[in-house]
Design a protein around this ligand. Structure first.
Ligand code: ATP
Ligand code: MG
Length: 305
């Protein structure tokens, strides 16, 4: 065990507070009407949680989410609890070491069962669909696109949320309308484009291409709010503009060292997932920090809220 692995927070436990769900990366606790999200330092690749964590990754991602929630607050309200009650704060206080800098207290929302994906570039499952059909989520695209090409304009490519471990499934806008109704579908699409436009313009000024990203929205008191995490490297594809070169997959900004390592040891992508060598852990950590520094303009995590 090394200093990094030993200081990564891989799992949380908050005494009597009930754990509602444990995702690949986040632990979710129920606190009455509110929810407490804790981003751990777990890292996943090829749909598996790896044996090693990336120290402070959960803090970096949470601080990035906070930055972006603020950044787009004029465009859309969010699920963050503005002023948690003294009672709530007292309840979580004993667990400060597991929470500090890496948690969000949020209003419990009635979530729309749709992931709102927006793509400015053709990559990932969008690229696969395009190769097979010439379109993505029913949107026809120009012929002759290369992998990672910039699209003539960003496209909205929703996915149905499948909660039982399966992959989310790309759906057409028409199916989204059938699922949540025309009013909400149109509004979520509008908001998705508006947030993407704002965020990708900011990323561009820092030398990052925001190739695509995914938002989740819910209803709180009947109003649409931006929920979940936002614009983190776990929910978005960021590429360094400097090395952008369409015609193939772009190196993943954050997880490339991890993927390269896993390929190099010929892991069969079945459980149990391997642990990572120190060097891969520290290089990956540095990439997360680099994204954080570029996007937020802050030098480090010492000013965490
Ligand atoms: P994965 O680890 O693959 O992402 P997962 O999506 O099940 O799996 P999480 O993303 O950690 O794991 O789970 C968080 C869940 O909480 C998601 O289902 C998300 O839609 C939901 N969620 C996010 N914000 C809120 C909110 N304000 N109210 C209620 N549910 C929320
Ligand atoms: Mg999720």
């Amino acid at each position: 065990m090394n200093s990094h692995t030993s200081s990564a927070l891989l799992t949380t436990s908050l005494g009597d507070i009930p754990l509602t769900a444990r995702g690949k990366v986040r632990d979710l606790y129920a606190m009455g009407e509110e929810l407490l999200f804790i981003a751990t330092d777990r890292i996943s690749a090829f749909d598996h949680v790896l044996g090693s964590g990336i120290p402070e990754k959960g803090k970096i991602l949470t601080q990035l989410s906070h930055f972006w929630f603020d950044f787009v607050a004029d465009t859309v309200p969010n699920h963050l609890l503005a002023s948690p009650s003294a009672e709530l704060l007292a309840k979580i206080a004993p667990y400060e070491s597991q929470i500090e800098g890496r948690s969000m207290l949020v209003r419990r929302a009635e979530m729309f069962p749709v992931e709102c994906v927006v793509r400015g570039y053709i990559s990932g499952s969008g690229w696969k669909d395009y190769l097979a059909t010439g379109s993505v989520c029913g949107i026809e695209l120009p012929k002759g696109l290369r992998e990672s090409d910039k699209l003539p304009c960003p496209i909205f490519t929703p996915a149905a949320k499948i909660n039982t471990g399966g992959h989310d499934e790309n759906i057409s806008y028409g199916v989204m309308v059938d699922t949540i109704g025309e009013h909400y579908a149109a509004e979520l699409r509008r908001l998705t484009f508006a947030i993407y436009e704002k965020a990708s313009a900011h990323a561009a000024t820092e030398g990052l291409i925001l190739a695509d990203t995914k938002f989740e929205f819910g209803l709180v008191d009947g109003k649409i709010v931006l929920a979940d995490e936002v614009l983190t490297p776990d929910s978005s594809r960021y590429w360094p503009a400097e090395s952008y070169s369409p015609g193939g997959a772009q190196p993943s900004f954050d997880k490339q060292y991890v993927r390269d390592y896993l390929e190099s040891i010929h892991w069969n992508k079945q459980a149990p997932a391997p642990s990572l060598p120190d060097e891969v852990i520290s290089k990956t950590r540095e990439k997360y920090l680099e994204a954080f520094r570029l996007i937020t303009g802050r030098s480090g995590l010492e000013m965490v809220r």
